[in-house]
Design a protein around this ligand. Sequence first.
Ligand code: NAD
Ligand code: MG
Length: 383
Amino acid sequence: MKRKRVVLLGATGSIGDSTLKVAQDIPERMEIVGLAANSNASKLAVAANKTRAPAICLVDERKMEVLRSKLEYEPRILVGEAGLCEIAKLEDADMVLIAIVGTAGLHPALDAIETGKDLAVASKEILVMAGEAVTSAAQRRGVKILPVDSEHNAIFQCLDGRPSEVRRIILTASGGPFRETRASELGRVTVEDALKHPTWNMGPKITIDSATLFNKGLEMIEAHWLFNVGMDRVEVVIHPQSIVHSMVEFADGSTLAQLSYSNMCFPIQYAVTWPDRVPNTLPPLDFSTLSKLEFFPPRYDDFPALNLARRAGETGGTLPAVMNAANEVAVAAFLNRQLRFPQIWQTVAQVMDRHQAVAHPDLDAILAADKWAREEARRVVGK
Ligand code: NAD
Ligand code: MG
């Protein structure tokens, strides 16, 4: 069996950590041939020394000296945003795994597709902003898009190549730290409260998104593009235990689900080894300690992110990119203590209301909408 040669973009983040663990766990099936990160040069050097990746990229040039001083071998070194696109096109690679937070993964994703590499996508922003452009480019080039986001990886496993027989896709959501918080209390929650995710350990941006439920909203749009199903067939159910990672209801009324502990190594490994399943050291479920799995409808009125995302997905065009960008600015402002928690969705709603969506946007139109939304959101935050 051939080892998959993987380029990992976002090597120093939470998904990056898990991906490096998977590579260590299944060395006969996976080889890291490229690593890229934004600015954490020391951590990138540690990962590089361990994997001996032949190519590495640091986006932030100012940290280059730190990187060079810590490297124990001589890889090819790339730098800046141009370097990020370059490493995504690396000749001796089969797959590019995108685990960059925010929108910086979009260009390298398109470059990877154009050079015929399969894409493993953790960065949901890419599909939310440019779902049509990315999926049609992949189809044109005949490359696969393999979902790493746990819900979409679960759906991918359940579908098992039978997309036409789907009735509903049911995304599970933990409900975040405020699942049981009264609406009247949400204005008083702190950054520290919001960063305490009950079941997953993730980067700060996605952790806040899990608390507002924007994460699930982004994932609804992500599912729509990945699996080519209408937004009206993508639903959300709250499942506090995060054991069922998502479900598919088929035409005959049967529902399939994928279960495992909440550890991103499971979906990362499957994206890399698909269509095979290979042994690893991850713990399987212990049903003697799993006493209950609960499911509840979401509190749509108290967490408006889901309805905003449904509207964005249904309208399509540039509106999802606008929602995503406004949310990024609002989350950053919340983390900076410039906004209260409910002001995150209030900001996003205001920016979305002011946007004139452009249908079937090309990359330039998407990036223009993204830029406009960031400026608008900053204006709203500044008030
Ligand atoms: P993180 O904040 O822990 O790490 C972000 C990574 O992105 C870092 O390696 C950083 O160097 C890199 N990065 C940031 N800006 C960059 C830029 N301009 N150019 C190049 N690299 C840049 O984030 P994370 O939690 O690992 O999440 C990464 C992506 O995966 C996000 O899109 C997130 O929504 C998605 N995701 C994460 C999880 C999870 O469990 N953490 C689960 C599902 C999906
Ligand atoms: Mg997810």
